[in-house]
Ligand binder design. Structure first.
Ligand SMILES: Cc1cc2nc3c(=O)[nH]c(=O)nc-3n(C[C@H](O)[C@H](O)[C@H](O)COP(=O)(O)OP(=O)(O)OC[C@H]3O[C@@H](n4cnc5c(N)ncnc54)[C@H](O)[C@@H]3O)c2cc1C
Ligand code: SF4
Ligand code: SF4
Ligand code: SF4
Length: 458
């Protein structure tokens, strides 16, 4: 807890609005951790994944504000700098050289990965080739498996242990502080907002920029507050004391949310795969509000971005039935690394057409390329703080209507007790039957969509 000498960022913000110390309103913070890394006096701390400043040591340099992607990330400026081209807000995939689908050639890595194990394989390759000394990845706290813990993996075993997505807020950038005084080279893995923080950090700290060998982005529709995992485990009667590891994507692709116990047994937390079984329902209840203001789905400023591929087949099932990652190569650096991996037989990659990439991201187009800008306009009109992205996107009437209904599905987010009740219902026999019905309807729709695309030759 904060004591008298330590005040929350928010309190400082409200009380000292004219000071450079202040104003990262909680709802704008993406919890990336960059402010912790940049602070010259090391007074930015984290509590419940929100930063706060220990008063006393702050020298008012303002660097924590300069680095903060939560309040500002100029898409146009960064795009021109990285790709020498204007930002195109209509492209979900962003700027890239080539997109592929692929997977690790090591069956154990492919099996452990969230999708095709490509990210894990890339990190292992870079370490083996002596190109990096460590990789910023996410494990879990040894005291509490519901707490995701960023760390620097320096061995192959550590990289493999950290495979799979942890759908939970985690300020991974903050571990870079440990590298400030070393000469170690590293690979950075993160979702878009974490990559934004890193890019701003690199602009302010050239030594850090030089030592970052590669940034690997993960597509992201939204994350979950930590409480989501805790509440789900409580509702499912999981004995946390006996849990060795939580798996958000355990078992055959696309994986299920599971608890792995110390005695080796496994408890599935839903009979359905991770999306239908947990993630999409939990998102409606536990997604941080900041995610609604985020315009970057495919981590458009990483060297290489990776995502799932959930395109449907004509049978209504997924087209790719085994772990497969979409790999979007954006920079020359990324290209060289992928080429080296394919030549060494570490990775299988198959090029895909731009239309296929856009189609695989089409389900979130509105949530990333329309709604954030619409809501930012609304916040500004209401005189409330909103993130600055350096571009204006006009909203359409149909987006506004859609957003009205969409907002309603997030109605329960602020009510902790109600959320538990809803979870209890969703995981009751009736709730499970209803989710099963929804899954079947989705399957039929997926099949129809795939057949339609097929007849168009896509
Ligand atoms: C919060 C979150 C939301 C996502 N949402 C989507 C989505 O909407 N659509 C989509 O297509 N894909 C999404 N992904 C990406 C997807 O889940 C896979 O990570 C991606 O397909 C790569 O799979 P892989 O098997 O190649 O990666 P793996 O080989 O499993 O490696 C994943 C790497 O990511 C690291 N990692 C895990 N969790 C986090 C985290 N929270 N923050 C930073 N690093 C992390 C791991 O330590 C590991 O190194 C999301 C990922 C996260 C973390
Ligand atoms: S203003 Fe400077 S010294 Fe103060 S918390 Fe921010 S980065 Fe640290
Ligand atoms: S730098 Fe990142 S963690 Fe710090 S206030 Fe900004 S968004 Fe939050
Ligand atoms: S939706 Fe955007 S802000 Fe939210 S976790 Fe993902 S990348 Fe970060």
């Amino acid at each position: 807890m904060t004591d008298q000498n330590e005040r929350s960022y928010l309190e400082l913000g409200l009380q000292q609005a004219e000071s450079p110390l202040w104003v990262i309103p909680r709802d704008l913070c993406t919890r990336c951790g960059a402010c912790h890394v940049i602070c010259p006096t090391n007074v930015v701390r984290f509590e419940d994944e929100y930063p706060f400043i220990q008063t006393g040591g702050c020298i008012d340099c303002g660097l924590c504000l300069d680095v903060c992607p939560g309040i500002e990330f100029n898409l146009q400026e960064m795009h021109r700098e990285m790709y020498q081209a204007d930002y195109d807000p209509t492209k979900m995939g962003g700027h890239y050289r080539q997109a592929y689908v692929g997977f690790s050639s090591r069956p154990d890595v492919r099996k452990e990965g969230a999708s095709g194990g490509v990210v894990t394989q890339m990190l292992i390759h870079l370490l083996r080739e002596g190109m990096i000394d460590g990789a910023i990845v996410i494990g879990s706290s040894p005291d509490d498996p519901t707490i995701p813990m960023p760390f620097i993996a320096r061995t192959e075993a550590e990289i493999l242990e950290a495979a799979q997505s942890k759908y939970s807020v985690v300020a991974n950038t903050k571990v870079l502080r440990d590298l400030r005084k070393t000469k170690e080279r590293f690979a950075f893995v993160g979702v878009a907002c974490q990559i934004h923080g890193l890019r701003k950090l690199q602009k302010l700290n050239k030594r850090m920029a030089e030592r970052c060998v590669i940034t690997i982005g993960l597509a992201c529709r939204g994350t979950l507050e930590r409480q989501a995992t805790r509440d789900l485990l409580q509702v499912q009667g999981v004995n946390l004391e006996q849990v060795q590891k939580l798996e958000y994507r355990g078992g055959p692709f696309p994986g299920k949310f599971r608890a792995r116990y110390k005695d080796g047994s496994i408890q599935e937390l839903s009979p359905f795969e991770f999306k239908d079984g947990a993630f999409l329902n939990l998102m409606r209840l536990y997604m941080p509000p900041r995610c609604h203001l985020c315009p970057d789905y495919s981590a458009e400023f990483a060297d290489i971005s990776c995502s799932d591929i959930f395109l449907g087949g004509k049978d209504g099932d997924y087209r790719y039935k085994q772990g497969t990652t979409v790999v979007v190569c954006r920079t020359e650096k990324g290209e060289q690394i992928l080429k080296g991996m394919v030549e060494k037989g570490a990775l299988y990659l198959d090029p895909i057409q731009p239309e296929t990439l856009e189609m695989s991201y089409s389900h979130v187009r509105r949530h990333r390329k329309a709604i954030p800008f619409l809501r930012i306009q609304d916040l500004r009109r209401a005189g409330r703080p909103a993130p600055e992205y350096g571009i204006e996107v006009k909203s359409r009437f149909s987006d506004r209507i859609y957003d009205l209904f969409y907002r309603a599905t997030y109605f329960f987010t602020p009510f902790p007790r109600l959320k538990i009740l809803i979870l209890r219902f969703l995981y009751s026999p009736l709730g499970t039957a209803l989710i099963g019905l929804k899954v079947s309807v989705k399957k039929v729709r997926r099949g129809l969509k795939a057949r339609k695309a097929w007849s168009r030759g896509a």
